[in-house]
Unconditional design. Structure first.
Lengths: 572, 464, 310
């Protein structure tokens, strides 16, 4: 007797079981959707505490409320100006706080809280405005600056940017715990006058004063926050164009116009919503397309679409210089000058930028000093054009052979290229691997590390080449020029050249701008001839912005994106 | 009873014993064991056959492919970055690039007052010159892929010139053989557009230098090449990626990595999970509880952290692809899910009648587990296995996404998907091909899993 | 049942302790310095930072201090965001991830059971093929591709429709939850569909179903009371780990849809070696997972009367 296949039970057409099951499943499907919907609403009510957009305008531009909506790349790690180190915190701080000096719309230094200032030998005196106020109505006094600066120099506070105050008398010593804090050369003579004594007279101190670490803090308020200063919107006082009225960590932040700001008439927006915190480029572009945010930085693959849509594109030099650094420690192969020269003659920054990275706005690197730096009169790079190497493979091979002879090797062992994990650094590393292999038969091993591990290896000197970058802290060539001084901890390759050190000292101490610029020109030349590093590119950003919003500024120094002078052009 | 027709036909002779017979009709089919039966059913299952062919095809692709298509997956063809399959690959020979000084003008000068091109626009460079504009204190150079309509949509800003001395520009950024629309816009003193601009159209031609031809072996007789000769660049049947590397050879290389991890890891961790879960479920009691707690412990460990740790422990140096540590980490951290699943099944099966029967017959524990229980959980195991394959491939892709996957220039399908995702809108082929390979692999294993389950399911054993 | 639960909970505590210890050891052996920054700091500042975080003590002492604090519920302060306590970070962001995860798993489970049952019932007919095709799609497309594609499609749909069908990114209302949960749950749903299908097919061909039919039970009753209930068991088994896995693995979806969840924080913490966040999150996730597993086991025992809980 043939045994029936048990599945015949459910295969027979019109079978009761199938029909019944089908009906059951249909009922079940409806129930499932109902359950899902109910759960969604329930969870939404429960999780309401972290709503990011609740109560906020969902349009990029809200003409009625004079509000714009935009984004932050990440959650600001630290809103305490004394401890902040990153660009996002810096950007928000530039909107809600104001220092003695600030940068105006054309990147010129203008008075902020300080009305007048004067340099006299190694003393700088600031006279503060009468009408500068905190957001609780109290006046901004000179004592607020004295307190903030002295407090952040205290060793126990552990501020990573304390070094930017070192031009002040005794600041470094106090930070190292060698002298008491009160010896530091800053004093509030009276409520409106601040006297700063410097170690040596320096010409560029006013440019450093505009940096975020020099912002004031109201001492009474600070003490009563009990260590939570800068942790939440209500744990801070604001003396800038805007106040932070809401901060949902990891989700959103809202700024409103500060009525107590002395120059409030200049500010034309009523509120700025940072309604999203994400760095994903496609997400940001989608938000822009959906009219949710007013601007977005574009990656190279989005440009085609931007041009197709007819968007207005803008570009700005972001200010950072990227280069490939060598390890100059004596036991390393890369300490050999001929080897470095060989690599420099094969390296073509133009090809890297134009053919490989292909991001518009990137300038092929020629020097440690970027194109936007001011010189004695005008522009540093125009006054001191950077010497460069042209690609010459035959000559490179000659140098390589010399290097091999000096090192007593037949062939170079693989060299380690330490790099980061961003897409651009990966592309760059792979490109270098190919270039050096094909032209010089040098094997490059790519060591891609995430941030902390890369820093540790850099400090330990565990690399032969490293893809590095440097961003400016203030608007003077010295912020780049002292990078390779032998005493600079950031000189991770441990390059040591007394001639360069001497030039750096001149640049630090001289008061004559022309003399200082000449020193920088010398430094540029030494770096070129000694092949201290290979300049790769200077980063620029292409971005798109909402046509109705005008006056958005992007700065190299200070807030990367500046909405303080922005306004909404109605009726377009 | 005498009325029943069958009873009436019975006779005493029907109850005599039969004598021995020489032969008797045999109505049995040849005896087949479980495995022979399974194999037979597998062969007749069409979908399983298809999947088997697919898998054989994949294996051929992976191992025989590179022998046939001998292109180095790491070779960067800079002139053909991100080209689609079937794109035109002709190039004209020119002299090597010399930076333009902005003054000298070649033949082929395209005159037009205002903005003009100097020389022929090629992929090497496009030279622009323009005359002074009255309102200008500076200029900005724009490039558009589409005809420029108005001031608001000039295109991509390439360079800003903050003086009126420089009135030339040489564009070298990512030039493709297509038509570009350049514009020069006048700026006022504060760097804002004044509204005045000029545009020009440029049809860019792809060019190549003799050195490059020689270096890449594109011609049999490179020395005989004159300026203006035509040369064909290397052939890439599936296009190239973001660094000009051949997609086909990268897919083959990637197959080795992805299939290695995608096949071996699931095999091992499912096997480990099955044995662990079966034992735990079968033995029960405190041992079961202890084993399951250990499994919970393993699941809760942070995968990422231990991935890094394994790589360090195995001494994976910089730039080496830690494939083996990745494999081991995947195995060690993934088996608990299978173990739980199998244990659940075993707990069910344990109570079945045939198990008690076998035990009464004196079966040992090993025999029970291996011969009775595991085959009956095969359905669930096979589903898990066929899902573990793409999961392993994707975990590897995720690791590449956050930078802890294979090191460059090694390729894997997962990392190729990552890269292709970025250029999805403009160069979809970079995403489609690796994604398709993953999908085909997944499909093949799913069909195979289906077929295997149909073949191995003891309850569906066919009888004749 | 009661004592069983207590016993499991105690075992769970022990498991969590093991997890914490293993993570602590692992974390301190990974190379890298949690206090390093782009700008090198001088020795004094460095020493002060170390003192503040207790990194200057020997590792074993750090361990005991940490465990002691943990028992009191204090997970310390984040290294990268020095104003936020780890407790606050978890408290503010876990509900988001949990919401997303629960929805995704619910979606996956309900959908998986439904579709799996359908394919088993209509085996080798059209619904089977359609659903299996979707399943293959769901498992062969990586989550980041799916997330990016879905967001892009939504944008195009919004602009084509002229109004915002669903928000493209962000979090806060019910409509923000829909697409991310769908994307997150799709892979698991495909898996559960297959599981359900295979399990259902086995159940359908088993003896007791034939018995039930022979007994004359109504088809509805056979289906819901016997077939469905038994076939659902493997799905339930993986539900617990699935919730935990989805909740902890939603990093990509959280990034693409700009959702302030814990997954994003955790991956960043590992990348930046933020010790306290890593430890706190791992212990928390571990506890959550253990709890889920216990819950699932209890549910399992309730559904299947043959399983004797010991």
């Amino acid at each position: 007797m043939k045994q029936t296949d048990p599945t015949d039970f459910v295969q027979a057409p019109g079978d009761n079981l199938t029909r019944a099951a089908g009906k059951q499943l249909a009922v079940y499907a409806v129930a499932a959707i109902a359950i899902l919907a109910a759960v969604m609403f329930l969870l939404n009510a429960l999780a309401g505490m972290t709503s990011s957009a609740a109560g906020m305008s969902r349009m990029a531009v809200d003409v009625e409320n004079n509000t714009i909506t935009t984004y932050l790349r990440t959650e600001p790690p630290q809103m305490n100006s004394m401890l902040a180190t990153d660009a996002v915190s810096g950007m928000v701080l530039a909107h809600v706080m104001e220092g003695l000096l600030r940068y105006g719309p054309d990147d010129e230094l203008v008075g902020g809280v300080a009305e007048r200032w004067q340099l006299d030998g190694n003393t700088m005196t600031f006279w503060l405005r009468d009408d500068a106020r905190w957001s609780n109505g109290e006046a901004v006094t000179a004592h607020d600056f004295e307190f903030a600066w002295k407090h952040l120099l205290e060793p126990t506070v552990g501020s990573q940017y304390a070094f930017i105050l070192y031009p002040i008398l005794n600041a470094e010593k106090a930070n190292n715990g060698e002298v008491p804090i009160d010896d530091v050369g800053v004093e509030a003579v009276d409520e409106r006058t601040l006297v700063v004594t410097l170690e040596t007279p320096i010409a560029y101190f006013d440019r450093m004063i505009a940096f975020v670490t020099y912002l004031p803090a109201n001492e009474a308020f600070y003490q009563q926050t009990n260590g939570r200063y800068g942790a939440d919107a209500d744990e801070m006082l604001y003396n800038g164009p805007f106040m932070m009225t809401s901060w949902v960590h990891g989700a959103s932040m809202q700024l409103e116009k500060n009525p107590h700001y002395w120059d409030a008439e200049r500010i034309r927006l009523d509120a700025i919503n940072f309604a999203h915190m994400t760095s994903d480029a496609s997400t940001l572009l989608n938000l822009f397309k959906d009219d949710q945010i007013v601007m977005a930085d574009l990656g190279s693959e989005m440009l085609e679409e931007a041009m197709l849509q007819g968007w207005t594109l803008s570009q700005f030099m972001e200010g950072t210089v990227f280069y490939t650094d060598f390890n100059h420690r004596p036991e390393r192969l890369t300490a050999n000058l001929n080897l470095r020269k060989a690599m420099a003659l094969v390296h073509d920054a133009g090809e890297l930028v134009n053919r490989v990275i292909k991001l518009p706005g990137y300038l092929p690197g020629k020097s440690l000093f970027p194109v936007w730096l001011p010189g004695a009169e005008d522009n540093f790079r125009e006054e001191y054009p950077a010497p460069t190497y042209q690609r010459d493979v035959a000559q490179a091979k000659v140098y390589l052979q010399r290097a091999l002879d000096e090192l007593g090797l037949d062939r170079l062992p693989p060299l380690v290229l330490l790099t980061g994990d961003t897409p651009v650094s990966r592309i760059q590393a792979e490109y270098y691997q190919e270039v050096f292999k094909r032209s010089l038969d040098i094997d490059l091993v790519i060591d891609a590390q995430i941030f902390r591990q890369r820093l540790e290896k850099m400090t330990a000197g565990d690399f032969d080449l490293v893809a590095a970058g440097w961003g400016p802290d203030y608007n003077d060539p010295l912020t780049f020029g002292d990078l390779y001084a032998s005493w600079n901890l950031n000189n991770r390759g441990r390059y040591n050249n007394p001639a360069l050190d001497a030039q750096v000292r001149i640049a630090q101490s001289s008061l004559d701008m022309a003399e200082r610029m000449q020193a920088f020109g010398e430094i540029q030349r030494i770096i070129h001839e000694d092949v201290v590093m290979l300049p790769d590119y200077e980063r620029g950003i292409v971005y798109v912005s909402h046509p109705q919003v005008r006056g958005i500024r992007r700065h190299v120094i200070g807030a990367e994106t500046d909405f303080t002078n922005a306004w909404i052009e109605a009726g377009e | 009873m005498e009325n029943n027709p069958i009873i009436r036909r019975l006779r005493p002779a029907d109850f005599e014993p039969l004598s021995a017979q020489a032969s008797a009709p045999m109505l049995v089919r040849p005896s087949r064991s479980y495995w022979q039966d399974a194999w037979g059913r597998l062969k007749s299952n069409k979908r399983a056959l298809v999947s088997l062919y697919l898998i054989i095809g994949l294996l051929l692709f992976t191992f025989v492919g590179p022998l046939v298509w001998r292109v180095d997956p790491a070779l960067q063809d800079i002139d053909q970055i991100s080209i689609a399959p079937g794109a035109d690959r002709s190039a004209i020979v020119v002299d090597p690039f010399v930076a333009w000084d902005g003054v000298s003008i070649d033949e082929g000068y395209q005159g037009d007052s205002g903005l003009s091109l100097t020389g022929n626009p090629t992929t090497q460079s496009v030279k622009l010159r323009w005359n002074a504009m009255p309102s200008a204190s500076g200029y900005r150079v724009y490039r558009n892929n589409y005809p420029t309509q108005n001031l608001a949509a000039l295109g991509l800003p390439l360079l800003q010139i903050n003086n009126t001395r420089q009135m030339f520009y040489e564009d070298r950024l990512d030039l493709r053989p297509q038509t570009y629309y350049y514009s020069i816009a006048a700026l006022n003193e504060s760097g804002q557009l004044t509204g005045e601009y000029e545009s020009v159209e440029a049809d860019v031609v792809r060019v190549i230098t003799v050195n490059e031809v020689r270096a890449r072996n594109l011609s049999d007789n490179p020395d005989a090449l004159q300026q203006g000769d035509q040369v064909r660049l290397s052939f890439h049947p599936l296009g190239t990626d973001y660094l000009g590397r051949d997609m086909l050879s990268r897919l083959m290389a990637g197959a080795r990595v992805s299939l290695f991890i995608g096949l071996l890891a699931p095999l091992f961790f499912v096997a480990a999970g099955v044995l662990y879960g079966a034992t735990s479920g079968f033995v029960g009691g405190r041992v079961d509880a202890l084993m399951m707690r250990f499994a919970d412990f393993v699941v809760a460990l942070p995968f990422l952290l231990f991935m890094i740790l394994f790589q360090v422990v195995f001494g994976i140096g910089p730039g080496e692809s830690g494939i083996v540590p990745m494999l081991i980490a995947l195995i060690i951290l993934s088996w608990p899910a299978t173990a739980r699943l199998v244990r659940g099944q075993i707990l069910q099966i344990r109570e079945e009648a045939y198990v008690s029967a076998a035990r009464l017959l004196g079966a040992s524990q090993n025999y029970l587990i291996l011969r009775h229980m595991i085959p009956n959980t095969l359905g669930v195991i096979l589903v898990t296995l066929t899902f573990a394959v793409p999961a392993a491939i994707f975990t590897e892709a995720f690791l590449s996404f956050i930078g802890m996957g294979v090191a460059p220039p090694t390729a894997s399908w997962g990392s190729m998907c990552n890269e292709g995702l970025k250029t999805m809108l403009t160069h979809p082929h970079e995403l489609i091909f690796p994604a398709a390979m993953i999908s085909i692999t997944v499909l093949a294993f799913n069909l195979l899993g289906d077929g295997l389950r149909d073949a191995l399911d003891a309850k569906m054993r066919s009888t004749e | 049942m009661f004592w069983y639960t207590i016993k499991r909970l105690l075992q769970g505590v022990l498991t969590v302790w093991f997890i914490a210890t293993a993570t602590f050891i692992g974390m301190h052996n990974v190379p890298g310095d949690p206090l390093s920054g782009e700008r090198a700091t001088n020795a004094t500042i460095r020493a002060n930072l170390e003192a503040r975080y207790g990194l200057d003590r020997p590792v074993t002492e750090q361990y005991f201090i940490y465990m002691g604090n943990m028992l009191r519920g204090d997970f310390g302060i984040s290294y990268t965001q020095q104003n936020r306590e780890v407790n606050d970070i978890i408290r503010e962001h876990f509900p988001v991830s949990a919401t997303l995860g629960i929805l995704a798993v619910l979606f996956a489970a309900l959908g998986g059971i439904l579709f799996g049952a359908l394919t088993a019932l209509f085996r080798n007919r059209l619904p089977d093929y359609i659903i299996m095709f979707l399943v293959i799609f769901g498992i062969s497309v990586p989550s980041f591709v799916l997330a990016a594609l879905s967001q892009l499609s939504l944008v195009n749909m919004n602009s084509a429709l002229g109004f915002s069908l669903l928000p493209v990114a962000g979090w806060g209302t019910v409509s923000h939850m829909l697409l991310p949960a769908l994307v997150l749950g799709l892979g698991t749903m495909a898996y559960m569909t297959r599981l359900m299908r295979s399990s259902m097919l086995e159940v359908m061909s088993s003896d007791y179903i034939r018995t039930a039919k022979a007994k004359g039970l109504s088809p509805t009753r056979i289906f819901s009371r016997h077939q469905l209930r038994n076939a659902v068991l493997p799905v339930i088994t993986v539900l617990g780990p699935a919730i935990a896995a989805i909740t902890t693995g939603g990093f990509v979806v959280e990034l693409v849809f700009a959702i302030p969840g814990l997954g994003r924080y955790f991956v960043q913490a590992v990348q930046q070696l933020d010790y306290t966040v890593i430890m706190g999150t791992t212990v928390f996730y571990g506890a959550f997972l253990v709890f889920m597993v216990i819950l699932v086991d209890l549910v399992y025992g309730w559904i299947d009367p043959r399983v004797r809980l010991q």
